[in-house]
Design a protein around this ligand. Structure first.
Ligand SMILES: Cc1cc2nc3c(=O)[nH]c(=O)nc-3n(C[C@H](O)[C@H](O)[C@H](O)COP(=O)(O)OP(=O)(O)OC[C@H]3O[C@@H](n4cnc5c(N)ncnc54)[C@H](O)[C@@H]3O)c2cc1C
Length: 390
């Protein structure tokens, strides 16, 4: 086993968006890669995900943007309304698409996973392999799995999500921070003439400490989500999820109750939302982190998946460009990534506070301000996120 960047065999823990993207990016530069995933089959949670311009650019570099466009739905309409349906903002999605050369896309998560998975060389992903711990010496990293097997590699990437075990090896566990809200997400085949499929996209309605959003995600599916301010531990239930969601949005704008009502109980997910304080270092020796394992963020800027893909590309680029030691390439990777994701973690928190306001006077002021923000300001404000090319 060698430990220069020219030829490290790489182990990736976790086959989420981050792990699969990293495997593609490393295979593109000729690295040997194995991805170890604890789930026995590759099925992502049945929700939708928005892929903004920077994510589409990253997917282009991974060689799958066209497949994603085919399988997803372009966001050609993005309105923000009050809880009873009055328009606050019509997002300038066409102008944004002109600037970045692409619309944002919404896609069913399992479709995105399938596309990434199919881009990999055969037998890259090993399923049913739960990573337990690792040891590292000057020659190799030895990963130990729950089934008693071990695997040696020259580099290890922890892409094992928000509760990452690899992260525990790199640093003392830092506490999760509760966002103050619970997310409820559903998939259905609801149809509404106000939101025709060919227009793509949809709306968000903002009420008192609650938000509801609805969008097309391609292939006749719609995705809805709700973010509800709640004390920790109070809303997550295994049963009656549809009833619970309907109760929360009683009296809201017309399509909301209908779309919830059209959803099967098993197609509804309820999760409390957390992030962590940004880290200052992601690696120890030849072990590093990527995606939510490195930087879990609130979903309010829709960037968690996008940032995992950007990580993957930048990591691979640092390996490709250098003829240096692995550790130096890992340092360069995190120096490039940490400032950007730290800003996005903080930005997502700020957005969450603004979106989940409860005070009626503050909400009125917010809505009035938003109504008068010119399009160019809305676009420029997000340019540092969406205009980035990994
Ligand atoms: C409500 C909500 C909405 C969101 N919306 C968006 C959005 O619109 N756009 C966007 O870009 N992002 C969004 N995100 C964020 C996005 O979902 C995540 O940032 C992204 O999925 C992170 O990918 P990942 O690969 O880093 O981690 P994960 O998706 O968590 O994948 C980790 C993988 O590692 C595996 N694993 C874990 N532990 C082990 C182990 N010990 N051994 C082996 N395997 C293991 C897991 O099974 C899993 O497959 C949203 C998140 C939430 C919660």
């Amino acid at each position: 086993m060698v430990n220069t960047v020219n030829n490290p065999d790489t182990a990736i823990i976790g086959a989420g968006i981050g792990g699969l993207s990293a495997a593609i990016a490393l295979q593109q530069i000729g690295q040997k890669v194995k991805v170890f995933e604890r789930a026995s089959e590759l099925k992502e949670m049945g929700a939708g995900i928005v892929l903004s311009a920077n994510a589409i650019k990253a997917l282009g570099n991974l060689g799958v943007a066209e497949q994603v466009r085919q399988a997803g739905s372009p966001v050609k309409k993005a309105e923000i309304r009050t809880h009873d349906g009055q328009l606050i903002v019509n997002m300038p999605v066409h102008k944004q698409a002109d600037r970045y050369g692409t619309y944002s896309y919404l896609i069913y998560r399992p479709e995105l996973h399938r596309i990434l998975y199919e881009k990999l060389e055969p037998d890259t992903v090993v399923l049913g392999k739960e990573f337990l711990r690792l040891e590292q010496d000057s020659e190799k990293i030895t990963s130990a799995f729950e089934d008693g097997e071990t695997f040696n590699s020259g580099l290890l990437i922890g892409a094992d999500g928000v509760h990452s075990r690899v992260r525990q090896y790199i640093m003392e566990e830092s506490k999760l921070r509760y966002s103050g809200f619970t997310a409820v997400r559903g998939i259905s085949s609801y149809e509404d003439p106000r939101f025709p499929v060919e227009l793509g996209g949809g709306f968000e309605a903002w009420g008192n400490g609650k938000r509801f959003g609805f969008s097309h995600i391609g292939k006749g599916r719609v995705f809805w989500f709700a973010a509800i301010n709640t004390p920790r531990g109070s809303l997550v239930k295994e049963e009656n999820k549809r009833y619970l969601a309907l109760q929360q949005f009683q009296g809201w704008w017309g399509p909301i109750a209908d779309v919830i009502d059209s959803t099967k109980e098993e197609d509804i997910l309820v999760h409390e939302i957390y992030d962590r304080k940004p880290l200052k270092k992601w690696h120890k020796g030849r072990v590093t982190l990527l995606g939510d394992a490195a930087h879990p963020m609130l979903p309010n800027l829709g960037q968690g998946g996008a940032q995992a893909m950007e990580d993957a590309l930048i990591l691979a680029r640092n390996f490709k460009q250098c003829t240096i030691e692995v550790e130096e390439a890992l340092s360069q990777y995190e120096q490039e990534r940490i400032p950007r994701v730290t800003k996005i973690i903080k930005g997502s928190r700020m957005m969450a506070r603004m979106m989940q306001l409860e005070n009626p006077a503050a909400m009125m002021v917010r809505n009035q301000i938003l109504r008068h923000v010119p399009d160019h300001f809305k676009i420029n404000r997000l340019d540092w996120i969406l205009g980035y090319k990994a």
